[in-house]
Design a binder for this molecule. Structure first.
Ligand code: SAM
Length: 209
């Protein structure tokens, strides 16, 4: 897998780690400009680490759904272009606003990702990529509704959390249902379990169709 410009592998404490260049955010190890991307705390980072073909070259415009306090989206903003970060919980958005203070291309939005019409006036259209990590029921519906922001052949990079859909169901059965619904809006290109970094999560690379 080719890493996008701005994401590199560097030796840290004797092992190869993914790093990006930017201000540190969550106590991650740093070396000069470089900050380690802790893939145990980031589903997108795990997708990179596991070698999924995320099809990014760097500089893309991004809509990030489920930004929380900004752990992953801070790395995304380090290598991407304009990055709109949606999170509906007020407490983490306060942290996210601090993360954005150091990144002129990161725009935090205190919004519900199930209601894209509430931020359609702020987010630009024809975006290159949606990154989705929302811990909510209806993850396929969220991805479908937000496809309005994507360019015709825009990309979806999603981490599907089985337990957010149904805590008791077999994760594989949950993934099948989610992928079936996703296929109404996206062509699914690749899927992969995010274990051992994140249990009961499926990484998905898909293209809008
Ligand atoms: N992506 C983050 C990272 O890697 O740094 C972690 C995200 S956390 C697993 C999931 C987040 O989704 C939570 O912060 C939660 O508040 C948010 N979330 C859940 N439902 C949401 C919704 N409908 N709209 C916006 N955010 C939502």
């Amino acid at each position: 897998m080719t890493l996008p410009d701005g994401v590199v592998r560097r030796a840290f404490d004797g092992r190869e780690r993914l790093v990006t260049s930017g201000e540190p955010v969550y106590g991650e190890p740093t070396d000069g400009q470089w900050r380690v991307w802790d893939v145990g705390r980031s589903k997108l980072g795990a997708m990179f680490e596991l070698g999924m073909d995320v099809q990014l070259s760097g500089g893309e415009s991004v809509l990030y759904l489920g930004a929380a306090s900004g752990t992953t989206v801070s790395h995304v903003a380090d290598f991407a272009g304009p990055t709109y970060a949606v999170e509906f919980a007020p407490r983490p958005v306060r942290d996210l606003v601090s993360v954005a203070a150091d990144r002129s291309n990161l725009f935090p939005l205190l919004k519900d990702a199930r209601r894209p019409e509430t931020y359609a006036h702020v987010v630009e259209s024809n975006l290159d990529v949606i990154v989705q990590d929302v811990a909510t029921r209806g993850q396929a519906t969220v991805a479908a509704r937000n496809a309005i922001f994507l360019d015709d052949d825009g990309l979806l990079l999603a981490a599907i959390k089985a337990r957010s859909e149904d805590v008791t169901a077999d994760p594989e059965a949950v993934y099948d249902r989610v992928l079936e619904e996703l296929a109404e809006t996206y062509e699914v290109l690749e899927t992969r379990s995010l274990a051992p970094y994140h249990d009961d999560h499926l990484g998905v690379v898909a293209r809008k169709q």
